[in-house]
Design a protein around this ligand. Structure first.
Ligand SMILES: [Zn+2]
Length: 309
């Protein structure tokens, strides 16, 4: 029997967010995608530093070209405030640059949680989506919270605002253990874990795996590539999309081009592994993955004799 296609959904966060994104770095990243035939979902901050996307003509023009080349633009928060759509997981708040966010959560948790009711969440979602839609002239289907922040109400609000999918949840905390402690024991990635992260309503949840190229240094290269290969293989075996995340400037600003080198090696591995299994490796945006998934789930069920492994 022919194997199910293997879905590789490359995602990029923080477009427009000053300090973590520049137009030059974004152009280089898109050139890399073109060379590697990678399709990217570009999570863009609608109102970064208080400036709406339409006031950034350089980005608008790059994004329109990217969409024409087959990439997708998703919504990444509104202003990229850490707490505007939920609370980031402890592993993200533990990162060295998140000191101010840790302090704010410690001192203002009640006010933060009050702002996470469905009505204010819907207002912020709609405002961000409309800013992106106005600047780019097309509807936005997907969302990712800043710093992986989530709360239960976020999923209700996304469904009420008719988003097609969310990609704020994560599957591999080991990626952040590598950043925080320099070592990790990979968490298992299975169909069961993927299913447990789904939302009961019409919203599709496409969890990301991990970030592998955050200012990556040569000393951490081998351990990080090992984790990325582990995660790709686990997603392939489970028949679920592999959704790595990178950030516009941090992938470029690692030492000795480590970020792009990691993806070159990871993609080569993915191609070889898929070919060995007689499976097609598909580079897809998250919207495209959503369209593919129901069919994929059916063919997986057939292969597994009707059960989910
Ligand atoms: Zn972000």
């Amino acid at each position: 029997m022919k194997s199910s296609p293997v879905l590789f959904c490359f995602t990029v966060d923080d477009l427009c967010f000053e300090g973590y994104s520049s137009e030059e770095h974004l152009r280089r990243l898109l050139d890399f995608c073109a060379k590697q035939e990678l399709k990217a979902t570009l999570f863009t901050v609608p109102l970064a530093q208080g400036k709406a996307l339409r006031e950034r003509p350089g980005y608008v023009s790059i994004l329109k070209d990217a969409i024409a080349a087959g990439h997708e633009v998703g919504q990444h928060g509104l202003e990229h405030d850490r707490f505007e759509f939920g609370i980031p997981p402890a592993m993200v708040l533990a990162l060295s640059h998140e000191g101010p966010a840790r302090e704010r959560l410690k001192n203002h948790r009640a006010e933060i949680e009050k702002e996470l009711a469905i009505a204010p969440l819907r207002r912020r979602l709609a405002r961000g989506r409309d800013i992106l839609k106005q600047a780019l002239g097309l509807p936005i289907q997907g969302f990712r919270g800043p710093c992986l922040s989530i709360c239960d109400n976020l999923f209700h609000a996304l469904e009420a605002e008719r988003f097609v999918y969310d990609s704020s949840r994560h599957m591999q905390p080991g990626g952040w253990d590598l950043l925080n402690r320099g070592a990790c024991v990979p968490s298992p990635i299975t169909r069961k874990v993927f299913d447990s992260l789904q939302y009961a309503g019409s919203l599709r949840v496409l969890p990301l795996t991990a970030e592998y190229t955050w200012y990556l240094k040569p000393a951490m290269f081998d351990a990080t590539l090992k984790l990325a290969i582990h995660d790709f293989d686990a997603c392939m075996d489970a028949g679920i999309p592999f959704v790595p995340i990178c950030h516009v400037s941090p992938i470029r600003e690692g030492e000795e081009d480590c970020g792009f080198k990691l993806y070159r090696e990871l993609i080569r591995h993915a191609q070889e592994r898929a070919a060995a299994a007689g499976a097609e490796l598909r580079m897809l945006t998250l919207s495209e993955a959503c369209q593919t998934l129901p069919a994929l789930a059916r063919s997986q069920e057939k292969q597994n004799g009707g059960t989910h492994g």
